[in-house]
Design a protein around this ligand. Structure first.
Ligand code: ZN
Length: 145
C-alpha cells in the first residue's frame, strides 16, 4: 500500500484517504482529476477529428463527382450573365468557354482562346464574382476536349 504525507501535519497516510485522521486536513485528489480531464479531452478531440476527417472526405468525394461531369455550352441566359462578369473582370482568355454547374450559386468554367489551352475559373453569378479555380480543382478536371 502506498503512503503519502499529510501536507499540514506530516502524518503518514494511506493514499486512499481523503482526510487526515490526525489533523482533519482535507486531501486534494487533483492529480487523478486532472488525468481524468486530460483523458476526456483526448477522447473528445480524437472523435472530433475523426468526424471532421470523415466529413472532409465525403465533401471531397462529392466535389470530385461534380468535377467529373461533362462540360456543356453555356445556356442563353448564362451566356449573357457570365459574359458580362468575364468582361467586367478583364479576363481575356475566354473567347470560348464551357460550363459545369457546381452548386446553386457556383459554376466552373473552362476558358480558351485557341481551343487548346484552357483556363479554369469559378463564377458566382448571384454576386457577379469570378476567380481562378484552385489547383485542387484543376488537378481533378480534364479539359473539354
Ligand atoms: Zn494531518
Amino acid at each position: 500500500m502506498s503512503i503519502k504525507k499529510c501536507k499540514k501535519c506530516g502524518n503518514e497516510l494511506n493514499v486512499k484517504e481523503r482526510k487526515c485522521p490526525n489533523c482533519g486536513y482535507k486531501l486534494k485528489r487533483g492529480g487523478c482529476f486532472l488525468i481524468l480531464i486530460a483523458y476526456l479531452l483526448t477522447i473528445v478531440g480524437v472523435s472530433y477529428y475523426a468526424n471532421y476527417a470523415k466529413e472532409k472526405e465525403q465533401k471531397e468525394n462529392t466535389n470530385s463527382n461534380i468535377y467529373s461531369r461533362s462540360w456543356r455550352s453555356p445556356k442563353n441566359n448564362e451566356y449573357a450573365t457570365f459574359g458580362k462578369i468575364i468582361v467586367n473582370s478583364s479576363i481575356s482568355v475566354c473567347s470560348e468557354y464551357k460550363v459545369k454547374q457546381i452548386n446553386d450559386d457556383e459554376y466552373l468554367i473552362a476558358c480558351t482562346n485557341d481551343g487548346e489551352n484552357w483556363n479554369y475559373f469559378v463564377i458566382n453569378p448571384t454576386i457577379s464574382q469570378i476567380y481562378k479555380a484552385h489547383y485542387k480543382i484543376t488537378n481533378n478536371i480534364s479539359p473539354p476536349r
